[in-house]
Design a protein around this ligand. Structure first.
Ligand code: B12
Length: 257
């Protein structure tokens, strides 16, 4: 423990193991619901646990007797588990972060044409804020979106785009990269839709398909190969990270002779 590779959560005092978690049970609010939440917390290894918040949802508004069929809880308590930092496996960024002017210069001098980027939300997903954050001029987290990059030609197709339409548009516009957002994850819709996307491009374009990039708050960035795409971005992604990745994946390392 002394070398700092084994750690425990911190609440009030170092190593006290305190964590806070939230969940919903299909039980009307009241003492029985709170007891059910404590039972679950104990089974999760949180002991001693406290229900620090509980509120009825799905009915009239929140208290026992108003018809709420579900209760939302916040539970606070101590876990005994240890974290071994040496065993943590994450996807490390394998390319340098570039500024917009470095990205533009790389495309101009080494690709010698505009980089064509298409973006969309596919399936029934209408959550466009994420793809807009990456593509729109105004950008995200203080960084301009890809529309700001003068050497990129960006088209944002918006929400609920069919995969067949996306394939057709990508082919017509000779897209270098197709960027797809998936925010809804109910019944693993994001995974199913991504596999459908990869399969459709593979079938229609084979090896000449564009670079396929998906993103959304609940993707695991380590899943790209399993999903059949080139890159997966998770929550908090910034436009600069995406632009830098596009350069590393699509722009030759050397200027053409
Ligand atoms: C705004 C919002 C809406 C708006 C969307 C408006 C719009 N034009 O986008 C409206 C009101 C329409 C809506 C509707 C629904 N919503 Co909604 N919504 C949200 C909310 C509150 C915020 C999402 C958001 O805008 N985040 C901000 C952006 C910037 O973050 P982001 O999407 O994560 O994007 C970042 C990264 O993930 C990444 N990224 C995202 N996409 C991409 C793509 C690429 C290529 C790359 C590189 C990176 C990238 O980069 C972005 C910047 O860092 C979330 C809850 C939450 N707090 O997250 C629920 C939420 C996503 N919605 C939810 C649900 C259930 C729905 C509805 C089904 C509700 C209903 N019953 O009708 C409908 C579905 C509509 C549909 N057909 O899709 C659930 C999804 C649950 C799940 N497990 O799937 C959430 C999580 C709320 C919840 N806790 O229940 N919603």
């Amino acid at each position: 423990m002394s070398d700092g590779t084994i750690v425990r959560p911190y609440g009030d005092t170092t190593g006290d193991g305190m964590v806070q978690t939230s969940f919903t049970l299909p039980v009307p609010p009241g003492p029985r619901a709170d007891g059910a939440a404590l039972q679950l917390a104990q089974k999760m290894g949180i002991e001693p646990a406290m229900v620090v918040h509980s509120h009825g949802i799905g009915g009239g508004g929140g208290t026992a007797g108003d018809g709420a069929a579900f209760t939302f809880f916040v539970v606070y308590g101590s876990v005994r588990h240890l974290v071994d930092l040496a065993a943590v496996q994450v996807e490390e960024r394998a390319y340098p972060l570039l500024s917009p002017s470095e990205v533009n210069a790389a495309i101009k001098t080494r690709l010698r044409r505009s980089l064509v980027v298409l973006g969309a939300c596919i399936g029934t997903d209408a959550h466009t804020v994420g793809i807009d954050a990456i593509l729109n001029l105004k950008g995200f987290a203080g960084e301009k979106g890809l529309e700001y990059y003068r050497e990129m030609q960006v088209a944002n197709l918006g929400a609920q785009v069919g995969v067949a339409d996306l394939v057709r548009t990508a082919r017509d516009r000779r897209a270098d990269a197709v960027l797809v957002s998936q925010v809804v994850t109910q019944r693993d819709a994001h995974l199913r839709n991504t596999r459908e996307l990869a399969g459709a491009f593979r079938e229609a374009m084979g090896e000449s398909r564009p670079l396929l990039v998906v993103g959304g708050p609940r993707f695991d960035p380590a899943m790209a190969a399993e999903l059949g795409v080139d890159k997966v971005f998770g929550r908090g992604t910034t436009p600069g990270e995406v632009a830098s990745y596009l350069v590393s994946a699509l722009v030759p390392a050397e200027e053409p002779a």
